[in-house]
Structure formats: C-alpha cells, structure tokens
Design a protein around this ligand. Structure first.
Ligand code: ATP
Ligand code: MG
Length: 242
C-alpha cells in the first residue's frame, strides 16, 4: 500500500464543505484497507470530488495525468484536496514524494483523457499511439496498459465509460495484476463488474457520508440484478405517467 489514510486537517473552502462526504471525512477520516478500493455512489455523491482531492494531496495533477508532471491547466486546485492530509507508507513516500522523475502515479480521468492525450501522446514516459486514431475503448486501453502498471498509486474515475462488458473484464484482470505488482488503485465506478473484484475494499458515498460495504449489498448491484431479471418492468416505469 502507498496511501493508508485521509484526514481533514483544515476547514475545506467553498462548495465542497457542504457535501456529506466531506462532513464524514472531517468527523472520521477514511482508512484504505486494501490494495484496490472502489468508490461507488449515485451521480453527484462526490466520487470525483474525492478522487480529485486524493490526486491533489498525492501530487498528481487533479485534471488527470502522471505524478510529478505538470501540464497546461486551469490552475484551479481541488477545494477538498487543500484541506486533506494523506498518511503515506514508506513506499508511498518514496513513490509519491521522492525525486520527481521517480514518482509513480497516474490519474486516469475518463472525461478529460482525450484532452490529456493531445498534450502528451508520444512524449517520453507516456504512450506512443495517437488516441484520435483509435476507437474510444481502444484508446482507453492504450493508456491503461501503459500507465497503470507496477508499483504506484493509480486513481481511476469511471474507467468503464468507454468499455464493453468484455473490456470491463479485461480491466478487472489488469487491476488484479497491478495490485499483485505492488500498485494501489482507487477507482470511482458505476460498474458492477469492476466493483466485483474479489477482495477489494468498497466504499459507498451518499447522504449518510461514507459507508464501507460489500459487493452483494450494493444498491447498484441490486438495481442491475432487478433490471436484467425484468427489463419490461423498468420500461413501464419510465414511460408511464405517474
Ligand atoms: N466546481 C464546482 N462547483 C460547485 N459545485 C460542484 C463543483 N464540482 C462539483 N460540485 C458539486 O459537488 C457534488 C459532487 O460532485 P462530483 O462530481 O464529485 O460527483 P460524482 O459522484 O463524481 O458524480 P458522477 O457520478 O456524476 O460523476 C455535486 O453535487 C456537484 O454539483
Ligand atoms: Mg464523477
């Protein structure tokens, strides 16, 4: 493990202060117990806010990209990141706070990946291929295979966005391998496939704040189970008035 705990040491500024996630962090902090952690929760529950803040506090560009590298950026720091303290292991200190060129971490942010690709494709330490010449999902794997590998901290925000069922399974295999190679992964997801990685820590964000949970108990797993069992029921629900 590289990152074992987050605590809020200063009052968070701006809009993030009111999020249940942030109030929970202020009261209890958050402990990472496994090499892979999934962050789940509905739209707007704060998954990206948390992942961006972890990126900031671990020295990885919060707009996506590699540890120890700077890009053209809007320069807006994550308000939660500025309030957080990270507890790092000796390995974490070496790989995230050591000499810039030896840092190992990557923030795979699905929504801005192709912007990042325009800046760094072909640069040393990144990937060779031009993402604009690949399909959406192929581009994702070009980046994931190259950048999420070996010891390091890997932050993923909805990496399933462009992936088919089978590609999600391939990503599951990649995550498992990286965890055995000494990497740590923290992944925000809506995918019941990814969250199903055996042995991973799962935290669910919601009105309650942060709750540790198990795959079998996840709302999103229950929703998918019900939908796959009876899609007609849901179709009636969304097409019928009232
Ligand atoms: N720059 C901002 N200014 C004001 N509010 C913001 C800002 N960024 C996020 N928020 C709010 O913080 C809340 C959490 O947003 P966040 O993007 O973290 O959710 P999420 O769980 O990642 O959702 P999704 O599943 O849609 O990606 C939302 O209610 C959002 O409106
Ligand atoms: Mg998000």
């Amino acid at each position: 493990m590289l990152l074992t705990r987050l605590d809020v040491s200063r009052p968070p500024a701006g809009w993030s202060a009111a999020l249940p996630l942030v109030r929970h962090l202020e009261a209890y902090g958050l402990t990472f117990t496994d090499r892979v952690t999934f962050v789940v929760g509905d739209n707007g529950s704060g998954k990206s806010t948390l992942i961006e803040a972890i990126a900031d506090v671990c020295g990885i560009n919060s707009e996506g990209g590699k540890a120890g590298t700077r890009y053209a950026s809007t320069g807006i720091p994550s308000p939660l990141g500025e309030a957080l303290d990270a507890e790092l292991t000796a390995t974490g200190l070496k790989l995230l706070r050591g000499p810039r060129r030896k840092r190992r971490g990557f923030f795979f942010r699905a929504e801005t990946l192709f912007n990042l690709g325009q800046n760094v494709s072909g640069m040393p330490g990144f990937w060779e291929d031009d993402l604009t010449e690949q399909s959406h999902g192929e581009g994702f794997f070009t980046v994931l295979d190259r950048m999420v590998s070996g010891p390091g901290l890997y932050l993923l925000d909805e990496p399933e966005a462009a992936l088919s069922f089978r590609s999600c399974l391939r990503l599951l295999g990649l995550m498992h391998r990286v965890s055995l190679e000494g990497g740590q992964i923290i992944c925000a997801t809506h995918s019941p496939i990814l969250a199903g990685l055996p042995g991973a820590q799962i935290i669910e964000l919601g009105e309650h704040g942060i709750q540790a949970t198990r795959w079998e108990e996840l709302q999103l797993v229950d929703d998918w189970r019900r939908f796959l069992a009876k899609p007609d029921f849901y179709l009636r629900y969304v097409t019928e008035d009232g």
